[in-house]
Ligand binder design. Structure first.
Ligand SMILES: CC(C)(COP(=O)(O)OP(=O)(O)OC[C@H]1O[C@@H](n2cnc3c(N)ncnc32)[C@H](O)[C@@H]1OP(=O)(O)O)[C@@H](O)C(=O)NCCC(=O)NCCS
Length: 244
C-alpha cells in the first residue's frame, strides 16, 4: 500500500454528489473544528451528556491519528467548503486479539460501569463514559466474526446540517464499502448511535449484531445517558460482510 500517493489521486470510485478526497494527518485541524461544530453538538451520546469541545477533545485527539494515518477516511467538499467527514480505520484480527474470555457474555451487560468509567483513559468523566459505552458495544466483535481477518470500521460519520437529507451519508457509506473492498477487508462495521444512522446503515444492508439500551448502562445505579432525545434509545453494533 503506497499511502502517500493516495493524497493526490482521487480514486475513480470516490465520485458522487460532492468532490471527495481521502483525508490525511494534515487535515486534523479542520476535522477537529468540524467535529466541534457539527458532531459534538448533534451526536446523541454527546448531546445526552452535554459535552463541551474541551471535554471531548482528548477523545477526538486519540482517534484522529488512527483514522488519518492510513488513506481510509473521506472528506466531501462543495465549492471548497467541507460538507461531510467519514473517519474510518482498518483492524487486523489475529488469533490473539480474537481470544475473548468473556465472549459467552457478548450480550450481557455489567450491573454497573462506575468503576470502568473511573478508570477510563481521559481526564473528563463524560469522555470516559462514552469511551466505556462504545467499548462495551464493540466488545466481542472479533470473536463473533470468526471468518474476518481484516475489519474496516466506520468510526465517525458527520454531514453538515445544511446538507442533511441529500443522501450524503448513504453515499459516504457506499464509498467506504468500496474503499474497504479495495483494501481486501472481509467485513465493515460501525457503532450506530443515532436512530437515523441505524436506519441508513440498515438500508445499506448492515445487520445489527448487538444492541445496548441506553437505560441499561448504569453508573452508581443511574443511567449515564439519561438525558437522551427520543431519537436515541439504544445504540447498535452493525456489520456487513463485503468479501466477494
Ligand atoms: C446521521 C447523519 C450522518 C445522516 O446524514 P444525511 O446525509 O442527512 O443522511 P442521508 O441523506 O444519506 O439519509 C439517508 C436516508 O436516511 C433517511 N433519514 C435521514 N435522517 C432521518 C431521520 N431523522 N429519520 C428517518 N430517516 C432519516 C433519509 O430520508 C434517507 O432515507 P431514504 O433513502 O429512504 O430517503 C447526519 O444527520 C449527521 O451528521 N448527524 C449528526 C452526527 C451523527 O449523529 N452521526 C452518526 C453517529 S453514528
Amino acid at each position: 500500500m503506497h499511502h502517500s500517493s493516495y493524497e493526490q489521486i482521487n480514486p475513480d470510485f470516490l465520485i458522487g454528489k460532492l468532490r471527495y478526497e481521502i483525508a490525511s494527518l494534515k487535515d486534523s485541524d479542520r476535522i477537529r473544528i468540524f467535529l466541534d461544530e457539527y458532531f459534538c453538538t448533534r451526536e446523541p451520546l454527546q448531546v445526552a451528556l452535554e459535552v463541551t469541545p474541551e471535554e471531548i477533545h482528548e477523545q477526538y485527539d486519540s482517534v484522529l491519528p488512527s483514522v488519518l494515518s492510513k488513506p481510509v477516511s473521506i472528506l466531501g467538499f462543495e465549492k471548497n467548503e467541507l460538507v461531510c467527514i467519514c473517519l474510518n480505520s482498518i483492524q487486523e484480527l489475529s488469533s490473539e486479539n480474537r481470544h475473548d474470555p468473556i465472549c459467552d457474555s457478548f450480550n450481557v451487560l455489567k450491573d454497573d460501569y462506575s468503576q470502568d468509567i473511573e478508570n477510563g483513559p481521559y481526564r473528563s468523566v463524560k469522555a470516559n463514559a462514552i469511551k466505556v459505552f462504545l467499548s462495551e458495544l464493540e466488545r466481542g466483535l472479533p470473536t463473533s466474526l470468526p471468518d474476518c481477518r481484516r475489519l474496516f470500521n466506520i468510526e465517525i460519520v458527520v454531514v453538515h446540517p445544511m446538507h442533511k437529507g441529500r443522501g450524503i451519508c448513504a453515499e459516504l457509506i457506499d464509498l467506504s464499502i468500496k474503499l474497504a473492498k479495495s483494501y481486501d477487508c472481509d467485513y465493515i462495521a460501525t457503532c450506530a448511535t443515532a436512530a437515523n444512522s441505524q436506519y441508513i446503515f440498515a438500508k445499506n444492508n448492515f445487520s445489527p449484531i448487538k444492541e445496548i439500551q441506553l437505560s441499561k448502562f448504569l453508573q452508581n445505579g443511574i443511567p449515564v445517558f439519561s438525558n437522551v432525545k427520543e431519537d436515541a434509545s439504544s445504540c447498535v453494533l452493525m456489520v456487513k460482510h463485503i468479501k466477494e
